[in-house]
Design a protein around this ligand. Structure first.
Ligand SMILES: [Zn+2]
Length: 344
């Protein structure tokens, strides 16, 4: 099969297009003929590699993908050859106490498709049957590839982890990313007052179109926290903050929280190490909550809303598989608003 893969870790130039053997199925797995894949920041982390990561090479990246089932394992019962599907990229063992109690993303073997198992930037990829979900006939395969990782991440953050309520103020850092644009939509769907930040006038306009109530420009107004506190929340502070920026904003996020507020951390793109003024935590009785991916139930919940048209993926651009390096470059320069897609 044709695939985009790495033969050694390094920069984007390590990505090659070539022929690799089609994955062989285990009894509980399905083989999918890929139609569309979506890029995620994790692609670049995997290409770079990290201490302790030892992947058998060559390795195919790609965590989101949609397509048509080509082959099914002997124990597959719910899906058939020819079904149009998209997948939950969170893979787990299926046997441990966490998996059996529906907490798949707590599994010791939890990993993301394309991380330890070959991913979706190829003509074929495989997943356990439980990870694949049928797409309604009227739903587009490109949209279906754009949805899973970002929407399931955003759904878990706002529902299970932050317990966001109607009328609450939420501040989402950086509107342009795939997870952020999903988070804005879900927060609005849940009835919150949505504040977000971005860097250009054009992205500000798009964030408003997505449903944000207030957009601040962190380039033009470095004092945006003051504005949010004073003008938007009338000196009350924010109930929920989603901060994946990390080191650069962690402290100011803590300060901006209302007493009893929740700070959700799904990542740390500017660096993972930060000092904390512990007084900000106990005096204001705030909660700092981590969040990663989702469990199977949360995936089903958010996909139902997607298929009903209540939430819509935003596709920024579609590249052919052959232009994978250009596409990853585009994503890493944060030029996009929404998802960057590959047509396989
Ligand atoms: Zn498990």
């Amino acid at each position: 099969m044709k695939a985009a893969f790495i033969e050694e870790h390094g920069n984007l130039k390590q990505l090659k297009i070539g022929q690799l053997p089609t994955p062989k199925l285990k009894s509980n797995e399905v083989l999918i003929e890929t139609k569309f894949s979506a890029l995620n920041h994790i692609d670049i982390f995997i290409i770079k590699g990290w201490p302790g990561l030892s992947l058998p090479l060559p390795h195919v990246i790609g965590s989101d993908g949609s397509g048509i089932i080509k082959e099914i394992g002997t124990e597959v019962t719910q899906l058939n050859v020819g079904d149009k599907v998209t997948v939950n990229p969170g893979l787990s063992c299926g046997k441990c106490i966490f998996c059996l109690s529906g907490k798949q993303n707590f599994c010791k073997e939890f990993s993301i498709l394309g991380e330890h198992q070959w991913g979706t930037f190829a003509e074929y990829f495989k997943v356990p049957e439980i990870n694949a979900i049928k797409i309604p006939d009227n739903y587009q395969l490109d949209d279906a590839a754009a949805v899973p990782l970002t929407f399931l991440t955003a759904w878990r953050m706002l529902t299970t982890q932050a317990e966001l309520k109607e009328e609450e103020f939420i501040f989402i850092h950086g509107a342009g990313g795939g997870v952020s644009s999903a988070t804005i939509q879900i927060a609005k769907y849940l009835g919150a007052n949505v504040i977000t930040s971005t860097s250009t006038k054009e992205k500000m306009k798009k964030a408003l179109e997505l449903g944000a109530d207030y957009v601040v420009n962190y380039v033009e107004d470095p004092e945006y926290n003051k504005y949010i506190y004073t003008e938007i929340t009338k000196k009350q502070g924010v109930d929920v903050i989603i901060d994946s920026v990390g080191k650069a904003t962690f402290h100011s996020s803590l300060r901006l929280l209302k007493p009893g507020g929740r700070l959700v951390i799904p990542g740390a793109t500017t660096g993972p190490i930060s000092e904390i003024d512990l007084r900000q935590i106990f005096w204001k009785q705030v909660k700092i909550i981590g969040s990663t991916m989702s469990n199977q139930k949360e995936f089903q919940e958010v996909m139902n809303l997607i298929f009903l048209g209540k939430l819509k993926p935003i596709i920024d651009r579609i590249f052919p598989l052959e232009n994978i390096i250009e596409a990853e470059q585009y994503l890493s320069e944060h030029e996009q608003f929404g998802k960057v897609i590959l047509k396989i």
